[in-house]
Design a protein. Structure first.
Length: 207
């Protein structure tokens, strides 16, 4: 397929940058760039500055690895949250999805992915060791495994189970209201909320 012929190298460069974003094709990128050209100068500068500030100043919580504006995220720092519970998730989007259900009031632990040998992702590439340390040193009563119900998610669940099985902590997993093969972030809030509330003892799911 032939690429568009641009009347301006500046326009072409901007389109190329937008097209590098996931899910953005060149036609969509062109529409976005042309939209920005129609905006006021101040609006475009505000847009650009927001992206630059995000990249420069965003942090990852030292406790749970969630995205944060501060060293400790607002969830971990909130005294109203139940600090006896840790919900283990794959990524930040899953934290947002579960928070939107309003059915969970504990803490989180963001792994930063799931075990996937095909993609070259092993346990050492994830925040699993820091999870184990949190459980060992804290007053954690229950660890909730809220990973996607895929083969990779189940592999990661089992690996964490093996690491925690000799520690005195309850290990549960979300109920299968979330369809097998489904990803947490795309599950509707009602189903996800019920899956959190009706979670299962993990040991019972692997017998």
């Amino acid at each position: 397929m032939l690429h568009e012929r641009f009347p301006s190298k500046l326009l072409e460069n901007a389109v190329e940058q937008f097209a590098r974003l996931p899910g953005i094709g060149r036609k969509t990128a062109l529409r976005l760039v042309l939209h920005l050209l129609r905006c006021e100068q101040g609006e475009v500068e505000e847009f650009g500055n927001a992206i630059i500030q995000l990249k420069r100043e965003i942090k990852h919580c030292k406790v749970c690895h969630n995205i944060s504006d501060t060293e400790i995220c607002s969830i971990c720092a909130n005294p109203v949250r139940d600090h006896n519970f840790i919900c283990v998730v794959e990524n930040i989007r899953d934290v947002m999805a579960i928070e939107n259900t309003h059915q969970y009031n504990g803490l989180y632990h963001v792994l930063g992915g799931i075990i996937s040998p095909m993609d070259g992702v092993g346990p050492n590439n994830l925040e699993i060791d820091s999870l184990i340390e949190r459980v060992k040193t804290g007053d954690i009563v229950e660890v909730i495994l809220a990973l996607s119900t895929t083969m990779e998610g189940d592999t990661t669940n089992f690996y964490i189970y093996k690491k925690l099985k000799n520690i005195d902590v309850k290990l549960t997993t979300i109920a299968r209201g979330v369809s097998v093969g489904g990803e947490i972030e795309y599950t509707d809030e009602i189903t996800l909320g019920r899956s959190i509330v009706n979670r299962l003892n993990y040991f019972d799911t692997i017998k």
